[in-house]
Design a binder for this molecule. Structure first.
Ligand code: GDP
Ligand code: ZN
Length: 459
């Protein structure tokens, strides 16, 4: 049972001028009623009502701030406790002053990061997976990542895990019956049933794991390297993509020395752009080193944007890069199409499939749509639809799903090697527990603390 009341500034994502102070716990209503002056007493107010009034300093009677106050009785609130939300539109200083007065009240203290969400979890209002999704929601950098996190927060993925767990529970129940009533000698049938049921669950787990890669991309961005000879337009491309002038653009080959990293969202797809640009420094010898160095830089990239100059014939560095990029996820960008063409396209097409070649004029900002469509096609096979955004994207969930799968595979194997059924039961039980851990059912306190400590204050 939670006895204390917590408070923090908890301004929602995307909200501008208004700051919300959220207060949750047994003293939320009585505590705030002592510092709130309005027509009615909060203690008599009904749940889910909004009240206009002033926060007053109880020691001086001074009105500190004009506020709108929302009142919710537990369990019909985010934390399942009594909650008061103070909407203040004054500046930072006024809001801070209100919070200070709130925190002077008996039994009201500052909330730890994530503590509101933690309470929602501890009070059974949300499962652990939904709580983690709230973390992702706060952190999500792109629109698409945001909808994935929101979907998850709404419980789409939880629902799938629960269904999976149901399959395993049925299996467990079946095994249990066999252990309790061994005189029903149905050993053979049981083995077949165990295999079938495990296979069913494994199939579902595999489906979820398959989404993990896409989930990772959505959360962390596609690590993208822009490569190509000096002066083909890499920095210009980077600039157009970021719409900021953080990368250096210049006519002098090799000015961009260090790898610059930028996070951009292209048509809802998050890219983490590395500009491995202009590595060449002065002489031809260094140019060769440059190519090697840029190879190092793009080694870890998920996606390589290989820029070529439409206005010049292929050079030996271009050819070398073309060869190095074989087998990688590459988009060849034929840049400077505003100038006359001298590039041997047939040779380029020998290395890069034609649907991975995009013609652009970065200077005139033409061809961006084609680039977006190509990347989108590559990473989501053009199948990503706004209403089908259930992804496993959390490392902890992925490893627990893999663990559950391992246990189920052990169970299947055991049925072939004549291992007693109560040992198989242990495997099934482990699978059930791993799945439960995803939802937080079997989560130990330390795990819960670790997860909630990732929150920002006020959530
Ligand atoms: P990097 O060395 O590959 O990073 O190339 P930069 O981005 O620094 O560009 C080199 C030069 O090419 C600059 O003068 C750019 O303005 C120019 N440039 C870039 N893109 C285009 C384009 O599409 N058309 C033309 N005509 N010039 C371009
Ligand atoms: Zn550059």
């Amino acid at each position: 049972m939670i006895h204390d009341t917590i408070a923090a500034i908890s301004t929602a994502v995307g909200e501008g001028g208004i700051a919300i102070i959220r207060v949750s716990g047994p003293q939320a209503i009585s505590g705030i009623s002592r510092i709130f002056s309005s027509k009615i007493s909060l203690n008599d107010a009904e749940s889910h009502t909004v009240h206009y009034g002033h926060i007053v300093d109880p020691s001086s009677g001074e009105k500190i701030e004009e506020v709108l106050l929302t009142l919710m009785h537990g369990p019909r609130s985010f934390t399942a406790e009594d909650v008061v939300e103070i909407n203040a539109h004054g500046g930072v200083i006024a809001v801070k002053k209100v919070l200070d007065i709130v925190l002077l009240q008996d039994n009201i203290r500052t909330a730890e990061p994530g503590e509101f969400t933690k309470r929602a979890f501890l009070n059974g209002r949300i499962d652990l997976m939904q709580a983690e999704a709230v973390i992702d929601l706060i952190r999500s950098k792109s629109d698409r990542a945001f909808s994935v996190a929101r979907k998850q927060a709404e419980g789409a993925l939880s629902k799938k895990i629960k269904a999976l767990r149901q399959t395993v529970i049925e299996l467990l129940a079946h095994i249990e019956v066999n252990i309790d009533y061994p005189e029903h000698d149905v050993e053979e049938m049981t083995s077949a049933y165990i295999r079938e049921q495990c296979q069913l669950a494994i199939g579902e787990i595999d489906k979820l794991l398959k989404t993990a890669n896409e989930g990772k991309i959505l959360r962390e961005g596609i690590v993208t390297a822009i490569v190509g000879r000096p002066n083909v337009g890499k920095s210009s491309l980077m600039n157009v993509l970021t719409q900021e002038n953080k990368a250096i653009v210049t006519d002098i080959p090799g000015t961009t020395r260090d790898v610059i990293e930028q996070f951009v969202t292209l048509n809802g797809i998050p890219l983490r752009l590395l500009d491995t640009a202009g590595i060449r420094e002065t002489s031809d010898i260094v140019e060769r080193i440059g190519v090697e160095r840029s190879r190092d830089a793009f080694q870890d990239a998920d996606l390589i944007l290989f820029v070529l100059n439409h206005n010049e014939p292929l050079q030996s560095d271009d050819r070398q890069l073309l060869q190095q990029l074989e087998g990688r996820s590459v988009v060849a960008i034929i840049n400077k199409t505003d100038l006359p063409g001298h590039l041997e396209m047939d040779e380029v097409e020998r290395y890069v499939a034609s649907d991975r070649i995009v013609r652009m004029s970065v200077l005139e900002e033409r061809g961006l749509d084609g680039l977006e469509a190509t990347i989108s096609e590559m990473f989501f096979e053009g199948q990503l639809e706004a209403n089908d955004l259930t992804y496993v994207s959390n490392v902890r969930h992925i490893s627990l799903l893999k663990r559950a799968k391992g246990s189920l595979e052990d169970a299947i194997e055991a049925t072939y090697s004549g291992i007693p059924i109560d040992v198989i039961q242990i495997d099934a039980r482990l699978a059930w527990e791993s799945l439960g851990e995803i939802l937080g059912d079997e989560a130990g306190d330390s795990l819960i603390d670790q997860i909630f400590s990732q929150f920002c204050l006020g959530k």
